[in-house]
Design a protein around this ligand. Structure first.
Ligand code: C5J
Length: 220
């Protein structure tokens, strides 16, 4: 059944059978104190505002029987999948070093895992990605095509990095995307605004921008 979500630049129509909710990188390393985000000098409280609305959307999507997919950014313990250029960014090295939640952005470590508030349940695929985009060097596209998914409702952190990169990758592959503005967050308020503006500009050149309340109303 076709559903309508209030969105910008115009209402978005979708079918919950062919739509997946995608949660990008809600990992401890990004949103909890003492993780990678804070090690880079960021204020993680700016990201934490997205958690509460995201939990409500996640509950609504699960209740509606929609496909739910989670992603995590991180690397193999030997860091063979981490390009040297990424390893040394920011003027110093953090990835792979010991943090308060284990080795930073390394798969299997506590800090790499998803926050308890939004933790996956059985049947929800987790995509482990080495890059910013969730399509690069992963099986996300295969999983979506096998399920007949055509539209992605997106939440996660950070808006202008992994969320926007994934939105652009999805758009180029022919998927429609809707980003929920209060369920995505950035360490930089000006980047949050700019990234959302870029997505919906020029008649939804990348996709649509909506909100948790509008998404929940449409899913119910
Ligand atoms: C970053 C992300 N910001 N998930 N990752 O390095 O946006």
């Amino acid at each position: 059944m076709t559903k309508t979500m209030a969105a910008e630049p115009f209402d978005y129509q979708f079918d919950s059978e062919t739509t997946a909710l995608v949660l990008i990188d809600f990992q401890r390393d990004f949103v909890e104190p003492n993780g990678f985000g804070e090690a880079l000098g960021n204020d993680v409280s700016l990201l934490r505002t997205s958690i509460e609305p995201a939990t409500r959307v996640l509950a609504a999507a699960r209740a509606a029987g929609m496909m739910v997919i989670h992603t995590r950014e991180g690397h193999r313990p030997d860091l063979t999948d981490c390009p040297p250029a990424k390893l040394t960014r920011g003027g110093t090295t953090f990835i792979g070093t010991e943090g308060s939640m284990g080795r930073i952005l390394v798969r299997g470590e506590k800090g790499h895992d998803i926050i308890p508030e939004l933790y996956p349940i059985d049947g929800e695929p987790i995509i482990d990605k080495p890059g910013k985009g969730a399509f690069y060097a992963t099986d996300l596209e295969l999983i979506l095509r096998e399920r007949g998914i055509r539209s992605l409702i997106m939440m996660g952190v950070t808006t202008e990095v992994c969320v926007q990169t994934t939105a652009r990758e999805a758009n180029d592959r022919g998927f429609e995307i809707v980003v929920l503005e209060d369920c995505v967050a950035s360490y930089f308020p000006e980047f949050q605004t700019a990234a959302l503006d870029m997505i919906k500009a020029q008649g939804a050149i990348v996709g649509w921008v909506s909100s948790s309340d509008a998404a929940i109303a449409a899913m119910s």
